[in-house]
Design a protein around this ligand. Structure first.
Ligand code: FE2
Ligand code: FE2
Length: 222
């Protein structure tokens, strides 16, 4: 794949040095910020990627309060998992995986955890993989990623994406109903017990919003 070969020259063009006085997480965080600036100079999607990344880290911290998994592996995976979306949306898991591989080859500070991080990045979006084949870190990463896709944030995203399509409220409700049905079906993708609990809470908030919107849209109908 072209993106897989191109990513090495992109990496080589980046001015970045691992600072041993800082933590591995801090170093990777600084690397991704430089990578985003180089690969998306007009900030078409960088802010969105970074916001999503930081939210998934927050969610993972909530999950890690109850689930047992290596925090450093989870956080470094989340920092890197979607980073290559600036160069390739489809198959971004493969390109992010290759980018991380190059980064860890040049800076071998994560040696013992390297393989686990790389696997977590590679499979982060393989949501239908059986739980039995997954490490605890993979489960937390997948759940954090899924949990950021639902709830009130999902409603906001639908509204943002459709704001210039001039939809009627009834059309918006239809769209949101379709999204909600998808959210209902995808509960089975959540791998951890804590993830399922948070998912159900977020699903409930989505439903409450949708029901309230339906009531208001009828109340004010002429
Ligand atoms: Fe992803
Ligand atoms: Fe993601």
């Amino acid at each position: 794949m072209k993106f897989l070969t191109d990513i090495k020259s992109t990496f080589d063009s980046i001015v970045f040095e691992w600072d041993e006085t800082k933590s591995n997480i801090q170093n990777v965080y600084e690397f991704i910020n430089i990578f985003l600036k180089i690969t998306d100079p007009y900030n078409k999607i960088s802010t969105r990627i970074l916001e999503h990344t930081m939210r998934t880290i927050k969610i993972s911290e909530r999950l890690l309060n109850k689930e047992i998994a290596d925090k450093e592996i989870v956080i470094i995976t989340l920092l890197l998992h979607d980073i290559s979306k600036t160069v390739c949306e489809n198959s971004h898991n493969l390109v992010s995986h290759r980018l991380a591989e190059i980064l860890f080859e040049k800076y071998p500070y994560l040696d013992k955890k390297k393989k686990k991080i790389l696997d977590c990045i590679l499979y982060h979006s393989a949501k239908d993989l059986d739980s039995l084949d997954l490490t605890p870190e993979m489960k937390v990463v997948m759940d954090a990623d899924i949990l950021d896709e639902i709830g009130i944030l999902l409603i906001s995203r639908v509204c943002l994406r459709t704001h210039n399509k001039n939809l009627s409220i009834q059309e918006l409700i239809k769209l949101l109903e379709n999204k909600y049905n998808k959210v209902e079906r995808e509960l089975s993708y959540v791998k951890t017990k804590t993830g399922k609990e948070i998912y159900i809470q977020k699903k409930k908030k989505f439903k409450e919003y949708l029901d309230a919107l339906k009531i208001e849209s009828v109340e004010y109908k002429l």
